[in-house]
Design a protein around this ligand. Sequence first.
Ligand SMILES: *[C@@H]1O[C@H](CO)[C@@H](O)[C@H](O)[C@H]1NC(C)=O
Ligand SMILES: *[C@@H]1O[C@H](CO)[C@@H](O)[C@H](O)[C@H]1NC(C)=O
Ligand SMILES: *[C@@H]1O[C@H](CO)[C@@H](O)[C@H](O)[C@H]1NC(C)=O
Ligand SMILES: *[C@@H]1O[C@H](CO)[C@@H](O)[C@H](O)[C@H]1NC(C)=O
Ligand SMILES: *[C@@H]1O[C@H](CO)[C@@H](O)[C@H](O)[C@H]1NC(C)=O
Ligand SMILES: *[C@@H]1O[C@H](CO)[C@@H](O)[C@H](O)[C@H]1NC(C)=O
Ligand SMILES: *[C@@H]1O[C@H](CO)[C@@H](O)[C@H](O)[C@H]1NC(C)=O
Ligand SMILES: *[C@@H]1O[C@H](CO)[C@@H](O)[C@H](O)[C@H]1NC(C)=O
Length: 363
Amino acid sequence: MEVNVLLTLLLLFLTGVFSLRLKTVYTRAGEMVVLHCPQKNDPNTNVLWTNQTRQEMNLTSIMSPQSADLNQMNVLLHGHSLVILRASLSHQGNYSCSVRNASRKFWFSLTVYEPQSTEYEERNRYSTTCYTQESCTLYCPTANIPTRDTPNITDRGITWHKEGETVSTPHDFPSAVERDGGIYKCIRSFLYDGQIYNMSFSVMLKIQKSEYGKPEIISPQQNDVFHIDLGSTLVIECKAVAYSDYDVVFWLSENSFVDTDESLPVFYNFSRTKYIDEVNMTASLVFKDVSEEDLLKKYTCKLESDHQQSSFITISLAEKSTPAHRVSLFPVLCTLAVIAVVLIMVLLLACHVKRSKYSSCSA
Ligand SMILES: *[C@@H]1O[C@H](CO)[C@@H](O)[C@H](O)[C@H]1NC(C)=O
Ligand SMILES: *[C@@H]1O[C@H](CO)[C@@H](O)[C@H](O)[C@H]1NC(C)=O
Ligand SMILES: *[C@@H]1O[C@H](CO)[C@@H](O)[C@H](O)[C@H]1NC(C)=O
Ligand SMILES: *[C@@H]1O[C@H](CO)[C@@H](O)[C@H](O)[C@H]1NC(C)=O
Ligand SMILES: *[C@@H]1O[C@H](CO)[C@@H](O)[C@H](O)[C@H]1NC(C)=O
Ligand SMILES: *[C@@H]1O[C@H](CO)[C@@H](O)[C@H](O)[C@H]1NC(C)=O
Ligand SMILES: *[C@@H]1O[C@H](CO)[C@@H](O)[C@H](O)[C@H]1NC(C)=O
Ligand SMILES: *[C@@H]1O[C@H](CO)[C@@H](O)[C@H](O)[C@H]1NC(C)=O
């Protein structure tokens, strides 16, 4: 009895230790799969792999990287990785890796499913949630893919399909809608020795109703014109309401950022107040002394959001009614012109009178 208890405890202990170092890997026949030995040592250390499929086999001994068996078996050894280029049912089984002469061993249990297996599909479904009206990007999982530095294996990109559709579909939605939800499949392709090898993943996209409103700029309005006197101080407050701490508002002058340095003639400052979920933000564009040059530019207040498309409004400045010095100039010039004309006429008249009296007016 006691011996039994002890044995059970020992077994539990051993399975505990064993399971800590056992990784279950699933793949589908015909696809690529990579086992990564979790050794954080020097990448150049030799890793010893063993294959315990049906009979124990020392992979390192039969497969130096240049081995001829390698291509035949569709297996590559590189660094800490064991790459199975095209998995078949015969690859199914247990594998172990250890850094040469280190006592620690890591185990992998590789299960290879039939290409059309629905069980595989369900076991390997990743899931992600997006919200309506918010931007949404699907990411293709990276589980058991080759590392970037694996020699002679080049990443040939990702293709996305929505389940039931044959044409490739986008995986990036600027503003998600409910019908974007569903099951997507992404295929990662890799090129090795002139051949393409694929890995496919299934990603379930759930769309939920947006929890919050859309962040927006409340004021000013698009194309507003601010009338000011040259030389005066002007503060234009751009007010926005957002629902995330990562959203921000700022000012652009033409296409360059306005600085926040208060010693500059034109700058902006920013303040934010949070009220439960709502964040009110104000970016105040400050002109210490409005110049003619400032009137020529367009100013844009931009609301940048981490999960929504950013939005902006553009405004411009104009002088208040036509300024005094230009108003007075025109009548003054007119008056001067009238006076000049009158003077010339008077002179001509005087001359005419003189000429008729003395028959000479020329100088
Ligand atoms: C596997 O092969 C290597 C190289 O021939 C050898 O050094 C190592 O001892 C072998 N390991 C086992 C477990 O047979
Ligand atoms: C493991 O051994 C089996 C049987 O000897 C063989 O068919 C299979 O290809 C081997 N797997 C790898 C990854 O070398
Ligand atoms: C792999 O290891 C597990 C757990 O030890 C064992 O149940 C299973 O039979 C092994 N499979 C093969 C093919 O050796
Ligand atoms: C591994 O083997 C090398 C050379 O045989 C030896 O110098 C080293 O101490 C060994 N390391 C461990 C952890 O046993
Ligand atoms: C990569 O390919 C080149 C040319 O085909 C070959 O000479 C080299 O041995 C390959 N390297 C590996 C690590 O397979
Ligand atoms: C790999 O995936 C691409 C893209 O979907 C497909 O065109 C190609 O036929 C696949 N190749 C293999 C060998 O499965
Ligand atoms: C921004 O600058 C203006 C002008 O200097 C000032 O009136 C305002 O209080 C400042 N706002 C903040 C939040 O610092
Ligand atoms: C945020 O701004 C909105 C709209 O301008 C306003 O109704 C609300 O009271 C403000 N909240 C806070 C905490 O300032």
